[in-house]
Design a binder for this molecule. Structure first.
Ligand code: MN
Length: 234
């Protein structure tokens, strides 16, 4: 009789994707990645939407889209219009269902600066055809991010500059206080649709100024309180 204490797998088990946590020497394991669409009014308008008539919404990326440690962002295949979207990333330390608004921030472990890289040409085709967005949003390496900074060190971030430079020039600039759905609202709303887990990341939407990158560009993203991170398009 074969009494195994750990399962044996028929193919190699996937590795746990993780993000370094500043000042700890430890890492944050990634469970799921939720992304908010059109959460800054000026970006909703530049994408052809009307923020007064259309609420933000969610989609997902896969955990293995994360790029850390300043590694390059490889230009993805099957696209000739890949856009940067600078975003604040919220890292959940506690999960739950139906989390009330006033308790939502208790579920936050920390924050990071991240990029929701997008194959805009494929996304436009998906929108026209009424199809889902995975091919535009959930490709490998589509979520480069900096270190997670614990809320115990930085507090909870509701205002402050968020910007992206490409080759040293400002492309996107906004303030966290321009978010339509604030962080507690995102957590509370999502927890009504899904059971949230420690290890979940929420990419909180991008300010206006999204645009295309090319191989060789260096992107530098920043959020006040979290500092900056860089990744090169290779
Ligand atoms: Mn986005």
């Amino acid at each position: 009789m074969n009494i195994a204490t750990t399962p044996s797998y028929v193919v190699p088990a996937p590795e746990t994707v993780s993000v370094p946590v500043r000042g700890t020497g430890a890492r944050f394991p990634v469970h799921r990645i939720y992304c908010v669409g059109r959460n800054y009014a000026a970006h909703a308008i530049e994408m052809g939407g009307d923020p007064n008539r259309e609420a933000p919404f969610f989609f997902q990326k896969n955990p293995n889209t994360v790029v850390t440690g300043g590694a390059d962002f490889p230009y993805p295949p099957r696209s000739s219009n890949v856009h940067h979207e600078i975003e604040m990333v919220v890292a959940l330390g506690k999960g739950g269902k139906d989390i009330p608004l006033e308790k939502a921030l208790d579920h936050v472990y920390g924050y990071a600066v991240g990029l929701d890289m997008t194959r805009r040409d494929l996304q436009d085709e998906c929108k026209k055809a009424g199809r889902p967005w995975e091919i535009a949003k959930a490709f490998e390496h589509s979520a480069p991010m900096g270190e997670i900074v614990p809320a115990s060190a930085v507090g909870h971030l509701a205002q402050g500059a968020i910007w992206l430079k490409v080759n040293g020039e400002i492309r996107q600039q906004g303030d966290l206080n321009q978010m339509i759905w604030k962080v507690p609202e995102m957590i509370s709303y999502l927890s009504g649709l899904f059971e949230l887990h420690p290890g979940d990341l929420i990419m909180s939407g991008t300010p206006s100024g999204v645009g295309a990158i090319v191989r060789g560009d260096v992107m530098e993203g920043h959020v006040d309180g979290l500092g900056s991170f860089k990744t090169k398009v290779s």
